[in-house]
Design a protein around this ligand. Structure first.
Ligand code: 86X
Length: 511
């Protein structure tokens, strides 16, 4: 057994007389509970876990190393996958001239208020102001038109990892709604629609895997309604997540088929095999640092962040638990040996050997940062040639012989990853209500549910739903029409219009 005294000094455990004192001294611990004040809980978690630092421009945040390592893990996965599909990375400029930005008026119009402009250089006004990219269609597509000549130039598949700026005015939230964010934007062009259609779904599947396999978050794959799709395109697919605490859906990532709309506007044509002129078919797709916000919201708890092992910068933290006259030299060596063994086996491990903090403080600190697994090494463990494993997700503890270390750590991390997904899925599923009538819909909406309802799929009806649900917390809208459709018995009526229903569609308030 590891030192029992250590647990008592943990400022986050319920017992232990010193609890308050420690909390005051160190500022460790959260003052808000996830179920009681979600908004403030979230702000505290992202800061105390050292993911985010607030910045003096509203809606802009510093992404600290603890955040960037998560981003880089997802980036490594996605980048390798798209390269396997022959997508090439590229980098286009951050700045857009007004004439180019406005080249495609219809698509820009609704977004215009969000575009940020540079109007000055030093003290002098620029003759022509320059816009900062909110997305890169108008920046890239003139060059698609230049670079694509014949069918041998197709498909053209480009991606860029970059920042974009959208000057939002509704309440900024770290990761979820920030004025500058990081993303990848993929832009591809094909000779045929069927190639484009196929890619849309392949990319969407990668987005599902980012959420489900890396972030341990269940998502629904589906198609956006005519009202919610990217207006410049033909159709939009997305992965949709849900935050049970707030009862809000969140669009996790989008994969669009643009059809030939942009090809027409930008003159992106090619000579086909028969020597005739044809227009390309285009897609675009993106996921952003919003993914990280969804992860914090779904898995975090009252002790702080909870990281899925697959994305955690540190998967295992080793903490020595000295007691009175312990030979700390021997104990620290055991910690370092543990780190070496696990590092060699491919895990991301560190030891916290700082002598200015006690074990209880360290437990709280690494719990706040969401490290999936803690290894405690106390005097009794040394004696018995064992270590203690403690899970972040459910606090399970087990003492294991050092000889089984690698095997057991692997097993634990796998189980944590799996458990996080299972628990998140249970909560998500428990938040879903089927509503067949307007009354059932409103009742479920008031209970913060994600609603699956039979729908006539008419734009005017969705506009009407939005109008009828307007309020402080935002209107309800369609999240997506899931690809996986439950059976829709003949004669089923639309929950909102009473007309014949065409599809089961998810609805809810959203971010
Ligand atoms: C829509 C569509 C699309 C490439 C993606 O979703 C995947 C990656 N872009 C982006 N959208 C805008 O077009 C847009 C345009 C302007 Cl000018 C703006 F200020 C904000 C925007 N937001 C979204």
């Amino acid at each position: 057994m590891a030192d029992a005294g250590a647990k008592k000094s943990n400022p986050n455990t319920k017992s232990g007389g010193k609890k308050k004192e420690v909390k005051k001294e160190t500022g460790l611990g959260l003052s808000k509970k996830k179920d009681e004040n979600f908004g403030e809980w979230y702000s505290e978690v992202v800061v105390h876990s050292e993911m985010i630092e607030y910045y003096n421009i509203s809606g802009c945040y510093i992404l600290r190393p603890w955040t960037m390592s998560i981003w880089e893990t997802m980036q490594a996965f996605f980048d390798a996958e798209i390269k396997r599909r022959k997508v090439k990375n590229t980098y286009f400029p951050l700045f857009v001239s007004p004439s180019v930005l406005e080249k495609e008026k219809d698509h820009i119009e609704g977004f215009a208020p969000e575009v940020a402009w540079v109007t000055k250089c030093g003290k002098s006004e620029l003759e022509v102001p320059i816009a900062i990219r909110p997305t890169s269609e108008t920046i890239m597509y003139p060059y698609f038109s230049k670079w694509i000549r014949g069918h041998r130039d197709l498909p053209l598949k480009l991606n860029q990892w970059c920042n974009v700026v959208r000057w939002e005015f509704s309440n900024p939230t770290p990761f979820i709604r920030s004025r500058e964010f990081l993303w990848q934007e993929g832009h591809t062009a094909f000779a045929t629609q069927s190639e484009a259609d196929e890619e849309v779904l392949e990319i969407l599947e990668l987005y599902r895997r980012i959420y489900e396999e890396y972030l341990a978050i269940p998502v629904v794959k589906g198609k956006k309604s005519e009202l919610e799709k990217f207006a410049g395109g033909l159709y939009t697919t997305s992965v949709e997540a849900f935050i049970p605490n707030t009862g809000r859906g969140v669009q996790g990532a989008t994969s669009h088929c643009l059809g030939q709309n942009f090809a027409k506007m930008f003159g992106i044509e090619f000579e086909n095999e028969k020597g005739g002129k044809a227009m390309v078919w285009q897609n675009s797709w993106a996921y952003s640092t919003r993914t990280i916000g969804v992860m914090v919201m779904v898995h975090g708890d009252d002790r702080g962040l909870v990281l899925p092992p697959k994305v955690a910068a540190i998967q295992v933290i080793v903490v020595p638990v000295p007691y009175k006259d312990t030979n700390t030299k021997e104990m620290f060596e055991a910690c370092l040996t543990t780190v070496d063994t696990l590092t060699e086996a491919g895990f991301r491990v560190e030891a916290d050997l700082r002598d200015n903090y006690g074990p209880g403080w360290k437990y709280s600190h690494w719990e706040m940062k969401g490290v999936p697994l803690r290894i405690e090494i106390g005097p009794r463990d040394l004696e018995k040639n064992q270590v203690r494993l403690v899970r972040r997700d459910n606090s399970d503890k087990v003492d294991i012989p050092v000889s089984n270390l690698v095997e057991r750590v692997k097993d634990f991390l796998d189980r944590i990853q799996e458990n996080l997904f299972d628990v998140a899925k249970q909560k998500r599923d428990a938040s879903i209500r089927v509503a067949k009538t307007w009354d059932e819909f409103i009742e479920a909406l008031n209970q913060k549910k994600m609603i699956l309802a039979p729908w006539c799929d008419e734009m005017e009806v969705e506009e009407d739903v939005k109008k009828r649900t307007r309020g402080e917390t935002g209107a309800a809208k369609s999240l997506c029409t899931p690809f996986e459709q439950p059976e829709l018995p003949e004669g089923t009526l639309c929950f909102a219009s009473g007309k014949a229903a065409k599809k089961w569609t998810y609805w809810g308030r959203s971010y």
